[in-house]
Design a protein around this ligand. Structure first.
Ligand code: NAD
Ligand code: UGA
Length: 476
């Protein structure tokens, strides 16, 4: 027996809610999907008539929004009605690390999850399947169950009949920049829950485009925990290869060759072994810190210390890079112009949350540098917020005590008069830089610091530029 689903509501129109619902709407034109959010500005951007200002940049997203929006995909702030009409509700709200109180700096702040559960409890009618799409600490479903269970008001029940809920965990594994492809061709779809009818109803939706063999069902707790562990494993690979990058720089080995050689072992595999400025993004750090918190809670202190190191190596890698830049520029960058290439946490997204660029730029500003920052998709306003420093719109000053930053719109302007260029995001366009031209406009002696192994450094070197690349010492 299955429950027929006609109407879906997704609470949270962010990097997960927006693209995920867009893909479901496209694959299941017979479903009516309402994405709701308390952030009015975000919703109005999703409804932007000519689609030029969608709140999220994600390759392939605009096309789907154009096709489905206003047909079976709607964005609004209308929570009440959409919760009431829904057969199935996805919770896709933010779950950041708690800033204050018990577990501050580690535990997930579940206040947005709790608020959602209370809204659902109040407005839902009949039977509703509630799905945890957000990444949550193991056992969060218990909290949601408690809130939903406590909502049943006797008078109300008499009037409109039983109000019931099934809770499922269906964590999302998409990566930003490849979200649409990841959603359309997932490695697996994970569904945790006890209510078989609800599980089957969700499976039925995915079967519209996902092979049944890729749909894996578990109990709630295994599903919740698997999401945290998947992110922890991915982040651990990055910290592992980044720790190796430092060994390579000291010994004369090349981290890219080491990664290739190691990854050729089928048991290890080639993916996620690119050394860089450390992992960014809204999730890896917070999910590992949350795992650390859970381990400590259960008295598993050795286990928590193990995972904590993954985050520590990541912070260390960022600090290491800013130190290397200062050291190579004769120990001082005060008043020097440094071109920064890339501010998003990875290519093909406008998301800057936890971007390594933030910490590295802040460290360079503290040393008094004048930064010119170029990113194809990140706005100057966003950079201003992240650096917590007003943009300098005046001419460069060379005797400033404090560092300054300005946004730049072209690669040439970013390089003009610069002492050094620092590549922090792996945008494809950085692979095709015209080094003969760049060498002419930079101040000599000029430097390139490539933290992503993305530039044609042999070319840059042939035009007299000094070069440094992550995990490689031979060129220095
Ligand atoms: P986000 O901050 O981009 O979006 C969350 C949205 O939820 C915000 O727009 C916010 O206004 C809205 N919201 C919060 N409380 C609300 C409420 N009570 N009612 C209505 N709207 C509310 O976050 P995100 O990046 O989409 O991440 C959401 C969840 O998915 C997190 O748990 C995250 O860990 C997880 N996740 C994220 C990614 C990713 O790539 N970003 C991938 C997999 C999983
Ligand atoms: C990551 C996971 O890949 C997703 O599966 C997961 O759903 C998501 O987190 C989440 O839960 O939020 P995302 O952070 O969007 O996705 O992007 P990734 O491709 O994982 O990159 C994360 C960071 O690691 C980026 O800063 C990236 O540049 C860096 N990275 C990635 C490396 O430094 N080296 C690599 O080899 C791969």
């Amino acid at each position: 027996m299955t429950k027929e689903i006609k109407n879906i509501c997704c609470i949270g129109a962010g990097y997960v809610g927006g693209p995920t619902m867009a893909v479901i709407a496209e694959q299941c034109p017979f479903l009516e999907i309402n994405v709701v959010d308390i952030n009015e500005n975000r919703i109005s951007l999703w409804n932007d008539p000519d689609l030029t200002n969608l709140p999220i940049y994600e390759p392939g997203l605009k096309k789907i929004i154009k096709k489905c929006r206003g047909k079976n995909l709607h964005f609004s702030t209308e929570l009440e009605n959409n919760i009431r009409n829904a057969d199935m509700i996805f919770i896709s709200v933010n779950t950041p690390v708690k800033k204050t109180g018990i577990g501050a700096g580690q535990a997930s702040d579940l206040k947005w999850i709790e608020a959602c559960a209370r809204q659902i409890a109040e407005h839902a009618i009949g039977h509703t399947i509630v799905i945890e799409k957000s990444t949550l600490p193991v056992k969060t479903a218990l909290t949601i169950k408690d809130i939903l269970g406590g909502s049943v008001n006797k008078d109300y029940q008499k009037k409109i009949g039983q109000k019931t809920f099934s809770i499922l965990s269906n964590p999302e594994f998409l990566a930003e920049g490849t979200a649409i492809n990841d959603l359309k061709n997932p490695d697996r779809v994970l569904i945790g829950g006890e209510d078989e009818i609800a599980v089957e109803a969700l499976i039925k939706i995915y079967l519209n485009w996902v092979d049944r063999r890729k749909i894996f069902t578990t109990d709630l707790w295994s599903s919740e925990l698997s999401k945290l562990i998947a992110n922890a494993f991915l982040a651990q690979r990055i910290s592992s290869i980044n720790s190796v990058s430092a060994i390579c720089e000291s010994t004369g080995a090349d981290v890219n060759d080491v990664a290739l050689a190691v990854g050729m072992d089928k048991r290890i595999g080639p993916h996620f072994l690119n050394s860089g400025p450390g992992f960014g993004g809204s999730c890896f750090k917070k999910d590992i810190l949350n795992l650390v918190y859970i381990c400590d809670h259960y008295g598993l202190n050795e286990v928590s210390a193990y995972w904590q190191k993954v985050v520590e190596i990541n912070d260390w890698q960022q600090k290491r890079i800013s130190n290397i830049i200062v050291k190579n520029l004769y120990g001082t960058i005060s008043g020097k112009k440094i071109g920064i290439f890339g501010f998003s946490f990875k290519a093909n997204t406008n998301d800057t949350r936890e971007s390594p660029s933030i910490k590295i730029c802040k460290a360079l500003l503290e040393e008094g540098a004048n930064l010119y920052i170029y990113d194809p998709k990140v706005s100057a306003n966003q950079i201003e917020t992240d650096l917590d420093k007003k943009e300098n719109k005046l001419e460069l000053t060379t005797n400033n005590l404090e560092g300054t930053w300005s946004s730049s719109n072209t690669i040439d302007n970013t390089a003009k008069g610069a002492d050094a260029l620092v590549f922090l995001t792996d945008w494809k366009e950085f692979q095709h830089i015209d080094w003969s031209n760049i060498a002419k406009v930079m101040r000599s002696p000029s430097w390139v610091f490539d933290t992503r192994s993305i530039c044609d450094l042999e070319k840059a070197k042939s035009f007299g530029i000094n070069i440094w690349r992550i995990g490689f010492s031979a060129m220095i």
